[in-house]
Design a protein around this ligand. Sequence first.
Ligand SMILES: Cc1cc2nc3c(=O)[nH]c(=O)nc-3n(C[C@H](O)[C@H](O)[C@H](O)COP(=O)(O)OP(=O)(O)OC[C@H]3O[C@@H](n4cnc5c(N)ncnc54)[C@H](O)[C@@H]3O)c2cc1C
Length: 411
Amino acid sequence: MTDSNAPDTAAPGARTADAPEAYDHVVVGGGMTADAAVTAIHEAAPDATVLVVSDDVDEPYTRPALSKKLWIDPDYSEADNDLGTREASGAEIRLRTRVTGIDRAARTLTTDDGRTVSWGRLLLATGGSPTRLDLPDDDRVVHFRTAADYRRLRSLSGGGRHVVVVGGSYIGTELAAALVQNDTRVTLVTPDDVLGGSVFPAEIATRFQAAFEEAGVALVRGRRVERGTASDTGLRLELDDGSALDADAVAVGLGIAPSTELAEAAGLEVEDGIVVDASLRTSDPDVFAAGDVASYPDRILGRRRVEHVDNAKEQGAVVGRVMAGSTEQYGHTPYYYSRVFDISYEAVGTLDASLETIVDDEGDGAAVAYYLADGAVAGVLLWNVEGARDAARAVLAEGADLSRDGLVGRI
Ligand SMILES: Cc1cc2nc3c(=O)[nH]c(=O)nc-3n(C[C@H](O)[C@H](O)[C@H](O)COP(=O)(O)OP(=O)(O)OC[C@H]3O[C@@H](n4cnc5c(N)ncnc54)[C@H](O)[C@@H]3O)c2cc1C
């Protein structure tokens, strides 16, 4: 089947004397959203020509494993972590290449190697870039996001070396857990008074923190890193109380800012992310956005941007089919998961400990927490509870119709 919905373009990468290379579909970014999208395009329109332009040095891989499975499963390697996008999709993947501009009128984009590429339909799957601290530009400082960052942190850790992890949200806590289980001395700096305290209800945060203390992670709580210096022997971090920490390496996990610059410069609507409709189309009908960078209307939770892998995979698949001509809409409400030590948690919706919470302790270390906002359930945390995501979605969909008393025992 050819992709009858894509505008006419020439053969893959075809170029006449002065014409740019031309593809039916071009994807900017080579993450998990891109992988799912090009695989879906290939399934729906096997003859369509597809180019992925990625500034990463690796072809698409499973990002969550960079802070978990690759550290704790000795049988799982980086080769296993490769998504095999090229084989599954037949897409051309151009690595180490950054898209520098989009010309919507001409239906072209330019890349930092000076090339111009024309597209029939364009997907912006640019994800986000990690929040950076005021730290020296030094190989021993890793603002953790990519597989290359994973390889670097591996080379900087182990052998009893001391790594300071900055950030107490899921990336920081996963990295601290991974490192301490790999012969590394770990200090974790978090602004929270209790680790996880800004996300989890107090009784759950206390258990979460205890798992790190028992594993030997040194916690520096209620503190922020302000700046740092580098010397031949190591790094020194200065904290906001005037104290200092010395380290062999520093891993920073402080969240991301969505990479919306290209969309903004191209005149597309951008708020917290690139604004798309339920078909994942931007304000230009031939330009789409999905994954971490997209602000989309969630069927249950309302407009939001989600930085989680379930969303990247599901939106990627839908946007690929829509680009290839489907009229479907994105109706999935994504969940999020994390694993540290023997704790496994999942969540749907908003987790914010400043909201009122109702905790249903199920015993044996399992619990369900409901986060209430404006009289409705805004988020559900499943703590060591499996197979309950749909039940959590159902609770969220009922919204304000649920009475508080009806929540305990609901999942
Ligand atoms: C260490 C880690 C662990 C995680 N663990 C979990 C987890 O346990 N559970 C969970 O739900 N989620 C997890 N996540 C989040 C999840 O991995 C992301 O939500 C998902 O991978 C986002 O995919 P994406 O393709 O939308 O964006 P990204 O993965 O950010 O990919 C976008 C790509 O586009 C590239 N790019 C950007 N601009 C340009 C440009 N102009 N030209 C070319 N390329 C460009 C970027 O460099 C990047 O390679 C984790 C994330 C990290 C970093």
